[in-house]
Write a protein that binds this ligand. Structure first.
Ligand code: ADP
Ligand code: MG
Ligand code: ZN
Length: 587
C-alpha cells in the first residue's frame, strides 16, 4: 500500500495511496466497524471518515478539513476506542469540551476533562490515570492554556509518552493556531511543544477552515512536517439555496415568512436568523400572533432562558427559534428543515455557517435569505470597524443581487473550491429558474443620472445617504439636491437595484460618519464613476424581466411601468441610519 517514503511524512500521498485507506481490511477494521454501530449507534461512515480513521490508526499525522457538523470528532473518538492508552484532545472552549463530555457519557465512553476550574483532586486523579495502563479514560480533554502553563501536566504527559500510553493527539479547531485564521488564540501558538516532545505520537488537526495559508501556518506552529491533509467538499448537496426579495412593508414581509412556515414547513423545525436582539423579540412575537410556536434567542437573554429555548426546540416542542448569530455554537439538531434569513448575513462565510445548520441529517432542507436594500447599510455600519468588513458584506450582497450565477458557485469561491452547475443539481433558485428568461439590460443612463446627483452634492459639500439619494433621484426631497438633475422613472426597487449594481462595480462607494450614538452611511462617487462620462462606456445588469427587480430604460416608452411607478409612488422607509450598540450583536 503506502510503500513509498510517505511513512516518513516527506512526500504527499498519491490519490491511489490515499484510496488504500478506504479499505476495510486493516487489523482494526472489524473493531472500528463494531464501535461505529454498537457504541456510536451510527449506520455508516460519512465521506472521508473511514479514511481519516485508518490514516490516524496507521500513525500518520493528519489534517482533516470538513464543514461543521459533518462529524470530525468521530475521527479521533473512534480510534481512541480501538487503541490502548489514551488520546489527548486539545479544544479551545470549555463549553465545547463539556458538550463532548456529555455526549461521550451518553455513549458510556469514559473520558476526562482538565481545565482551569478543575478541582485539585480531580486534576490529580486524571494525571495519575495518564500513566496507569489500567485507567479507564480513553480520551482526555485539555485546554491549550493547561498545556502551555502546567509544568505538572507536561511532566505527566512525558511519563505517559515513555510508557506508550499517550497514543494520539487531536487538536480540535486547529485553525486557532494561525493569526491568519478568523479565530486566533494565543495559547494555540504554544502547542508546538507537543510534537517536539512526543515526536512519535500521531497528531490529528481538525478544522472547518480550508484556506491553505492557514493550514500551512498551523503545520509550522505545530511542528508537523507534511501531514496528510484530507479535505471534504464544502458542497452541502442536500441544501436548496434561494434568495427572495424583502418587502419594504414589514407586515407584508412577516406574512410572507409566516405563510412559508405554516404551509411549506408545516410542523417542521427551523431557524429564522435576524439582525438584532430587538428584531429577535419583535419577529418572534409577530410569528406567535400568527399562531406559530416561535421563541427568541439572543446574547442578552438569561442563560437559563437560552438553555430552555434551545432544549425545547431540540426536542421539537418549539417549531422555530428566532435568533441572532448568538444562536450558533453547540447547535446539533439533525432535522432542521429550513433556515430563513430575515436579514442578510455579514459575509458569505457567515451565511454558509448559519444556513448550514439546516439538513444535518442529509435530508433535503431549504436555506432562504430575504434581501432588502436598507439592510445593506444597517450591516455596513455594524461591520465598519472590521478589516475587510465592507468587502465581505458586498460579496454577500452580490450573492443576493445576482440572478445569473448559481448560488453554490458563488459560495464555492470562498472555500477555494469550484462547483460547477452540475454540482448544484438544480438545488438553487438560479439553476432552477429558466436561463432564457434572463435579459441583459443597459443601465448606463440611469447610472449617469445618479452620478449627476452626487456631483451636485459634492459641489455643495454635502454627503447623501442612500435614502436621500433615492429621494433626490425620484424628484423628491430638498430642491437643492436635484437642481438641474434628471429624475427617474424607475420603480423604487429597480432604482435600488441600480444603486446596488453601481456599488458592487465600484461606480459608487460607501462612506461613514460617526457620532457618539450613531454611525451614518453615505453613498459617494466611486473610483469608476468618471468612466460614465465617456460616451462609449456602458454598464449593464442581468435581470429577470418578470421579477421584482426588472428595469425599464429611462428613454424607453414602457407606459405601464411608468404609470405604476407613479401610482405607487416610492415609499421611503428608514434605512441608512442605524442606532448604535445595545440592540446589535456580533459573534
Ligand atoms: P464537526 O466537529 O465536524 O462539526 P461533530 O463531530 O460535532 O461535527 O458531529 C456532528 C454530528 O454529526 C454529531 O451529531 C454526530 O453524531 C453526527 N455524525 C458524525 N458522524 C456521523 C455518521 N457517520 N453518520 C451520521 N451522523 C454522524
Ligand atoms: Mg467539532
Ligand atoms: Zn445552482
Amino acid at each position: 500500500s503506502s510503500s513509498s517514503s510517505s511513512s516518513q511524512g516527506v512526500l504527499a500521498l498519491t490519490k491511489q495511496e490515499l484510496e488504500c485507506y478506504d479499505r476495510p481490511d486493516f487489523p482494526w477494521s472489524d473493531e472500528a466497524q463494531r464501535h461505529l454501530v454498537d457504541t456510536f449507534r451510527l449506520r455508516e461512515f460519512r465521506p472521508l471518515q473511514l479514511r481519516a480513521v485508518n490514516l490516524t490508526m496507521s500513525s500518520k499525522d493528519l489534517f482533516l478539513v470538513m464543514p461543521t457538523g459533518r462529524g470530525k470528532s468521530l475521527c479521533y473518538q473512534l480510534p481512541a476506542l480501538c487503541s490502548t492508552g489514551f488520546t489527548l484532545v486539545v479544544s479551545p472552549l470549555v463549553s465545547l469540551m463539556e458538550d463532548q463530555m456529555m455526549f461521550l457519557r451518553s455513549l458510556e465512553i469514559p473520558a476526562a476533562l482538565l481545565n482551569a476550574s478543575s478541582s485539585k483532586e480531580h486534576a490529580k486523579t486524571v494525571m495519575v490515570a495518564m500513566t496507569d495502563a489500567k485507567s479507564p479514560f480513553r480520551l482526555i480533554y485539555v485546554t491549550p492554556e493547561k498545556i502551555a502553563k502546567s509544568k505538572l501536566l507536561m511532566s505527566r504527559l512525558d511519563k505517559a509518552y515513555k510508557a506508550q500510553l499517550l497514543r494520539r493527539v487531536a487538536v480540535d479547531e486547529v485553525h486557532c493556531c494561525s493569526q491568519w485564521g478568523h479565530d486566533f488564540r494565543p495559547d494555540y501558538k504554544l502547542l508546538g511543544i507537543l510534537k517536539r516532545q512526543f515526536p512519535l505520537v500521531p497528531l490529528l488537526g481538525l478544522t472547518a477552515t480550508a484556506t491553505s495559508s492557514v493550514l500551512l501556518d498551523c503545520e509550522k506552529i505545530l511542528n508537523v512536517t507534511r501531514p496528510v491533509t484530507l479535505t471534504a467538499s464544502f458542497n452541502r448537496t442536500n441544501l436548496y439555496y434561494e434568495v427572495r426579495c424583502k418587502d419594504s412593508d414589514s407586515e407584508v414581509f412577516l406574512n410572507h415568512i409566516a405563510d412559508l412556515i405554516q404551509q411549506k414547513y408545516h410542523q417542521q423545525s427551523g431557524i429564522v436568523y435576524v439582525f438584532s436582539q430587538k428584531d429577535a423579540e419583535c419577529v418572534s412575537e409577530q410569528l406567535q400572533q400568527r399562531h406559530i410556536e416561535a421563541h427568541p434567542y439572543h446574547a442578552h437573554m438569561d442563560p437559563q432562558d437560552k438553555t430552555r429555548v434551545h432544549r425545547r426546540w431540540t426536542e421539537g416542542r418549539v417549531q422555530v427559534v428566532v435568533a441572532t448569530v448568538a444562536f450558533g455554537m453547540g447547535i446539533d439538531k439533525s432535522n432542521v428543515r429550513f433556515v430563513i434569513h430575515h436579514t442578510i448575513s455579514k459575509s458569505i462565510e457567515n451565511y454558509y455557517q448559519e444556513s448550514g445548520r439546516a439538513g444535518r441529517d442529509d435530508q433535503p432542507a431549504d436555506c432562504i435569505v430575504f434581501y432588502g436594500f436598507a439592510d445593506i447599510f444597517r450591516i455596513s455600519t455594524m461591520v465598519v470597524m472590521e478589516t475587510m468588513g465592507q468587502q465581505k458584506l458586498l460579496q454577500m450582497v452580490d450573492y443576493c443581487h445576482r440572478v445569473d450565477r448559481c448560488r453554490r458557485s458563488l459560495m464555492a469561491v470562498h472555500f477555494g473550491e469550484v462547483w460547477e452547475e452540475q454540482d448544484c443539481g438544480r438545488m438553487c433558485d438560479v439553476c432552477r429558474g429558466r436561463k432564457e428568461e434572463l435579459s441583459e439590460v443597459d443601465i448606463t443612463e440611469h447610472a449617469q443620472q445618479v452620478v449627476q446627483i452626487l456631483e451636485l452634492a459634492v459641489s455643495q459639500d454635502e454627503r447623501l445617504t442612500p435614502l436621500k439619494l433615492l429621494e433626490a433621484w425620484s424628484g423628491k426631497g430638498p430642491a437643492k439636491h436635484r437642481k438641474g438633475t434628471a429624475s427617474t422613472t424607475l420603480r423604487r426597487r429597480e432604482a435600488e437595484g441600480v444603486l446596488v449594481r453601481m456599488l458592487l462595480q465600484g461606480y459608487l462607494r460607501e462612506d461613514f460618519s460617526f457620532t457618539p450614538y450613531t454611525t451614518h452611511f453615505y453613498l459617494r462617487l466611486g473610483r469608476k464613476a468618471p468612466l460614465l462620462k465617456s460616451a462609449s462606456h456602458r454598464l449593464s445588469m442581468s435581470m429577470r424581466p418578470e421579477g421584482a427587480t426588472a428595469v425599464t430604460s429611462p428613454s424607453g416608452g414602457d407606459q405601464e411601468k411608468r404609470a405604476e411607478s407613479k401610482s405607487k409612488g416610492p415609499s421611503f422607509e428608514d434605512g441608512p441610519k442605524t442606532k448604535k450598540a445595545k440592540t446589535r450583536e456580533t459573534q
